[in-house]
Design a protein around this ligand. Structure first.
Ligand code: FAD
Length: 146
């Protein structure tokens, strides 16, 4: 763990209003800036957007992950940001992705909806490990190349 590797998982609610095209455009913009910024500081991870919610995994050095998450929390395009887990890990789940994106398909909606539904849409009842595993599986299956 030479780089003090940490993983952070959170869940938030979309606050963007407007047409589906507008929202997709904004999400593209978020991914573009994320891939640039994260690449510069060695942060990798995955972003899920579905059912009006975001879930994101950020992994990298503790300092880089904290700084990235502080910026993300201030972003008014989403809200009710709930930290699910943050701690040291032995290895990355998303080595090859500065920010993978999943979540646009109907099957993802079903899977994510199922997990959120089981928790009664209460983010505090979702575990970081569960969200990380789900995003990992979805990313292997079908990363959307936006
Ligand atoms: P600037 O671009 O200087 O913007 C200043 C402020 O305005 C910031 O608070 C910013 O959040 C906000 N802002 C910027 N654009 C818009 C807009 N179109 N509408 C409303 N507010 C806006 N960034 C990363 O670097 N890595 C990530 O992994 C990452 N993941 C994200 C996940 C989600 C769900 C969201 C919503 C955003 C994510 N971002 C991520 C974007 C992040 O929130 C910042 O916008 C970005 O990092 C630029 O930060 P900045 O301080 O340079 O802001």
């Amino acid at each position: 763990m030479s780089e003090n590797l940490h993983r952070l998982v959170y869940y938030s609610r979309n606050k963007m209003e407007g047409s589906p095209d507008f929202v997709v455009q904004e999400v593209r913009g978020i991914l573009d800036i994320s891939r640039i910024n994260n690449g510069k500081v060695g942060v990798t991870g995955a972003l899920l957007f579905n059912s009006g919610c975001f879930a994101q995994v950020l992994e990298g050095s503790q300092e880089a992950v904290e700084a990235t998450f502080e910026r993300i929390q201030r972003d008014e395009r989403h809200g009710d940001v709930s930290l699910l887990s943050f701690g040291a890990v032995a290895e990355r789940s998303f080595t090859n992705w500065s920010m993978a994106f999943v979540g646009a398909s109907a099957s993802d909606a079903e899977r994510f909806g199922g997990i959120a539904g089981e928790s009664g849409f209460d983010p505090s009842r979702l575990t970081g490990d569960r969200v990380n595993a789900m995003l990992y599986d979805l990313t292997l299956e079908e990363e959307e190349v936006f």
